[in-house]
Design a protein around this ligand. Structure first.
Ligand code: SER
Length: 584
């Protein structure tokens, strides 16, 4: 089955079951400081899983762009991808285990849908722990549907799902497809890797706090996720998605450019295809970032540079990343129109990054060879030299070292790095390991302050200003907007005074649901380039500001107390960035 048909069928099936299709959110989470990229379909839905009303209702379905960097070293195997698409259906306090399991079963096995023979399938359910009971209910639903009990395994940790250390979570039931040769064993062993996980039904009923304590959520939710890549592969009888239409023409292009064959250079070609596909989606995102040495930009840089090194390894002589980029856009552009829209910038950023790296790669490799021939360990200072002067991400030096069976003094590298600049949050904290949006009182207040700032900029600086991005941590807000010069000290003061004036007016904040058309007509602000569903929620701050937004917000502006801008800087060409705080 063509992966595009799988996607269409999934959306169609759940639409028939009363779900509304919502667009994939940006790959780059907004107002969520805890993760660099969306790692699961549920991530943009956290406020709704916690109880906020979703404008599209209680049953939702979509395909979400996701990016996970924890699996970097696994890329090249059959089942891991940096960028992937997650099909998902949600019940926000509506249906629960029974319907979720019945519909999963129907979609997988019924003739009209995926038509997978039952003998190819197995499932796990949660075995329980001290606080959460064994999920006998789900076990029984699967059994009643005809799954033999030998193919239903009670399982531990993997069957309690949460995106990070805090937030909504719950027991889950996972579905597996037999990918081995010959008939599937009668008795399901969840440790046997030939059983490939294709779908996960999470029964989100708890909220995990900072201390790891679980408290029941206001509502019982269902959050399911089916990896499009994996499922497309197994349904087509392929070992991996690289051998399906999702990747075929990318691999062919790499074969052509390198003169090598996929069979001979399987890992290298998979890494190049995976990384450049991910880079295209990051560069083409509605909240795109460009390669840099911090946070998301650094992940992007690592992806592109690692692909380039592997390209050289398999004999690609010329610049090639933009060539591959074009193929990626061709495959995905019709479903993700942002890629076509941003084609020029995607290709030129790839080219620019490749040019920059090409200048130093050869020289850096020579230095590395010399260092590795003379030492058992690359010192922190040398790793930093490779980073600073030759553009080698630390992880690339570590990978090169591993190939030579030597190590890198990572601590020493970090010390060097700190000496030169504040250690980036990315490098320090393993931030991409997951985590959830945080709706603390601090972020809620800053969220409302962002709306006031957005409006104040238009009122006191320029009515043409548009929001270009936003990011909120418990400590500060960050707001990007279109404007092509530095703000003067006087202007910054004016903006602060304006926001503080509105705070003092003690305006009420209210939320209304309306169709997208009505909201646009009402003049509500929307973020440039962002995609919105047909029904949206709009937040009004008195009569002062109207904005498309999912919340959360304070009830009255007086809760913000005092607004202060701490930094104004350039974000990219034609885009300025303000960082601001609220003082009590
Ligand atoms: N959130 C769950 C997962 O990512 C199900 O969607 O597996």
């Amino acid at each position: 089955m063509n992966p595009k048909d799988l996607l269409k069928k999934y959306l169609e099936f759940f639409t028939k079951k009363g779900h509304k299709t919502i667009p994939s959110a940006s790959l780059i989470p907004q107002n969520d400081a805890s993760v660099l990229f969306n790692t699961a379909g549920m991530q943009p839905l956290v406020p709704y899983l916690l109880g906020t009303k979703h404008p599209s209702g209680k049953r939702l379905v979509n395909v979400q762009k996701c990016l996970r960097t924890v699996d970097f070293e696994n890329i090249g195997d059959n089942t891991h991808h940096t960028f992937f698409q997650m099909l998902g259906n949600w019940s926000l306090g509506d249906y629960f285990k029974q319907e979720a399991i019945e519909w999963s079963f129907e979609f997988l096995t019924s003739k009209q849908w995926l038509n997978i023979p039952l003998k190819m399938l197995a499932v796990t359910v949660y075995e329980g722990d001290k606080t959460v009971p064994k999920d006998e209910e789900s076990f029984n639903y699967w059994k009643q549907l005809g799954v033999p009990k030998e193919r239903i395994a009670y399982f531990g940790k993997d069957n309690f799902w949460s995106a990070g250390d805090t937030g909504p979570c719950g027991p889950s039931s996972e579905m597996f497809y037999w990918s081995g040769e010959g008939e599937a064993p009668k008795v399901f062993d969840p440790h046997d890797e030939k059983w490939v996980e294709i779908w996960n039904d999470v029964f989100m009923t708890y909220n995990k706090d900072n201390g790891g304590k679980l408290t029941p959520l206001k509502q019982k939710n269902v959050d399911t996720g089916m990896g499009l890549e994996r499922t497309a592969a197994v349904l087509n009888g392929k070992k991996s998605a690289y051998e399906t239409e999702l990747f075929q023409s990318i691999i062919k292009k790499i074969e052509k450019l390198s003169g090598s064959s996929y069979k001979e250079k399987i890992r290298e070609m998979r890494i190049i295809a995976d990384h450049l596909r991910a880079a295209v989606f990051v560069l083409g995102d509605e909240n795109a970032v460009t390669p840099s040495n911090v946070d998301r930009g650094y992940i992007l840089r690592r992806l592109i540079r690692r692909a380039i090194r592997y390209g050289k390894l398999i004999g690609i002589q010329d610049y090639f990343s933009a060539e591959i980029g074009k193929v990626v856009i061709k495959i995905y552009g019709d479903f993700y129109p942002e890629l076509e829209k941003n084609q020029l910038s995607i290709l030129s950023e790839l080219e620019k990054e490749e040019e920059k790296f090409a200048l130093t790669l050869e020289k850096g490799l020579k230095i590395f060879e010399k260092l590795s021939a003379e030492n058992d360990m690359i010192s922190g200072a040398d790793a930093f030299l490779l980073f600073q002067s030759y553009g080698f991400p630390l992880e690339m030096t570590q990978e090169l070292a591993l190939e030579q069976d030597i190590s890198v003094d990572e601590e020493g590298f970090k010390e060097e790095f700190e000496k030169h600049q504040e250690l980036s949050r990315t490098a320090s904290a393993g931030k991409f390991k997951g985590g959830l949006s945080e709706n603390s009182p601090e972020t809620t207040r800053l969220h409302t302050a962002t709306h006031l700032l957005n409006e104040a900029l238009r009122k006191v600086i320029d009515p043409e200003i548009k929001q270009r991005g936003s990011n909120i941590t418990p400590e500060r807000l960050r707001f990007d907007f279109s404007f092509d010069r530095k703000l003067t000290a006087d202007e910054i003061k004016k903006i602060e005074t304006e926001v503080n004036r509105v705070i003092k007016m003690a305006l009420p904040v209210r939320r209304e649901e309306m169709t997208k058309e009505e909201a646009i007509k009402s003049g509500a602000q929307m973020e440039f380039g962002a995609k919105y569903p047909d029904k949206v929620s709009v937040y009004f701050v008195g009569d002062y500001s109207k904005e498309f937004c999912g919340g959360p917000h304070v009830e009255n502006t007086k809760e913000l107390v005092k607004f202060k801008i701490i930094k104004e800087e350039s974000s990219s060409a034609g885009v300025r960035r303000i960082k601001a705080v609220l003082e009590d």
